[in-house]
Design a protein around this ligand. Structure first.
Ligand SMILES: NC(=O)c1ccc[n+]([C@@H]2O[C@H](COP(=O)([O-])OP(=O)(O)OC[C@H]3O[C@@H](n4cnc5c(N)ncnc54)[C@H](OP(=O)(O)O)[C@@H]3O)[C@@H](O)[C@H]2O)c1
Length: 400
């Protein structure tokens, strides 16, 4: 078992090497290993490796099989050859052909799988096909780790909507900014570097107009040794108050930098067509979504993202945006970074508000939470589970 875990760990590493580049496909890693024919205690040797190709190219299993085929002296399956793969091989033709066919044709007789295909229409089918072809299949090796590689894909394939993940950086008493708005930086460098990795994973980031005005963020992923990456950057601005700065002072970086064509301002018909035109003339995109009020509805935004094939949105706040999402039960996943400091000030901005929680049973919870220590800070993350009787405090948002 230890050997299986060792090779599966390598497959997980390979999957991570293509972090954020494989949408709409999941990140998968595969390793082909030859064990000794005479000494069952001897460590196996890796013959070939693969990871999912970007942009709908060959899957990890095929990449590994092709690399193996090209390595003449080591090509050719024996009874001691094993394929390790982080996710169940696909069994449908798709763009690249079924991986189960390629595995059967390769002559490999043993396959070790991390996690099943999350798509309920396919889960277990690839395993059955391999077994029917006489291949020994083991499942569930490093399962949680393998499944956790693909939070965005797993959500998309089961709901056909993007994963809405909220990110917050708070004090121990749950505040995201001082009463003055000062919030840079609550968390330390290590936690902020971790945020950069998640920004690289998600196809899109979203913030509210308040955050743009207060912090003027760049919202790119800056990782040492890698080229700066810019996801789609959504700015929620129902009345286009950020755009009204176009004619006055200090334009937000999101509307002027070299990635401005990746900025999409999300607004309503109440924001003013003049500003919409000005933004578009600058090369900034604008989505005007129908809404009876100055607020864009999150369900409408989700639907629009799904239509545009945007598979996940990393929502970085601020407080107003996150509170709305919580009240509408629209946060699917939470990344909560907590710093060892306290404000103890009622007028400091709370992370989220607007619920009426009278009993512990009404609490919003994280399923299978993961905790990571990042320098002095702690990241808690997990899938958000809402109570059946989510109750709103109408006194908090009476103005919408
Ligand atoms: N610590 C952290 O993790 C963190 C993260 C981000 C921000 N922050 C801090 O949070 C503060 C900003 O928070 P905030 O609550 O003031 O502002 P915010 O949530 O960033 O933005 C609020 C503004 O966004 C627009 N808006 C909100 N909901 C909308 C919707 N559904 N559709 C369209 N537009 C919508 C509104 O603009 P209109 O009035 O024009 O309609 C509103 O004024 C800053 O101090 C920032 O530094 C902290």
């Amino acid at each position: 078992m230890a050997e299986h875990e060792q090779f599966m760990r390598r497959a997980v590493e390979l999957a991570r090497s293509v972090w954020g580049t494989t949408h709409p496909n999941p990140m998968v890693g595969a390793v082909i290993v030859e064990s000794s024919a005479t000494d069952s205690e001897a460590p196996g040797t890796i013959l070939a490796e693969g990871a999912t190709s970007p942009d709908g190219g060959p899957h990890a299993e095929r990449v590994a099989l092709n690399a193996w085929r090209e390595d003449e002296p080591h090509y050719g399956a024996t009874p001691h050859t094993t394929l390790y793969v982080t996710m169940e091989p696909c069994s449908t033709e798709g763009r690249t052909g079924a991986c189960t066919d390629a595995i059967i044709a390769s002559g490999i007789r043993r396959v070790v799988v991390g996690t099943l295909d999350p798509n309920p229409a396919h889960a277990g089918r690839g395993i059955d096909i391999l077994r029917e072809a006489g291949i020994e299949v083991m499942t569930g090796i490093l399962e949680a780790e393998c499944r956790g590689l693909n939070i965005i894909f797993n959500h998309w394939i089961t709901t056909h909507t993007p994963l809405f993940a909220a990110k917050t950086a708070t004090t121990l008493d749950g505040r995201i900014a001082c009463r003055t708005g000062d919030s840079r930086w609550i968390t330390g460098e290590v936690a902020r570097a971790d945020v950069m990795r998640w920004r690289r994973l998600f196809p899109a980031i979203a913030v509210g107009a308040g955050t743009v005005m207060q912090d003027n963020p760049r919202l790119t992923s800056r990782i040492e040794g890698e080229e700066e990456w810019c996801p789609i950057r959504f700015v929620f601005d129902g009345l286009l108050s950020t755009a009204s700065r176009l004619s006055t002072r200090g334009l937000p970086a999101l509307y002027t930098d070299e990635f401005k064509h990746r900025t999409i301002v999300v607004t309503t018909p109440h924001g003013g067509l003049g500003y919409v035109r000005q933004l578009r003339e600058r090369g900034v995109q604008v989505w005007v979504l129908p809404s009876p009020t100055q607020r864009v509805g999150w369900a409408e935004f989700r639907q629009k993202c799904a239509g545009e094939q945007i598979f996940g949105v990393y929502i970085e706040g601020g407080a107003q945006i996150l509170s709305q999402l919580l009240r509408e039960a629209q946060i699917d996943y939470l990344f909560s970074y907590q710093a060892p400091m306290l404000f103890g000030d009622d007028r400091a901005k709370p992370m989220m508000r607007g619920l009426r929680t009278e009993r512990l049973g009404q609490a919003v919870r994280l399923a299978e939470p993961l905790h990571t220590i990042l320098g002095d800070d702690v990241l808690t993350r997990g899938r958000v589970v809402y109570p059946n009787d989510l109750s709103l405090d109408e006194t908090v948002f009476s103005h919408g």
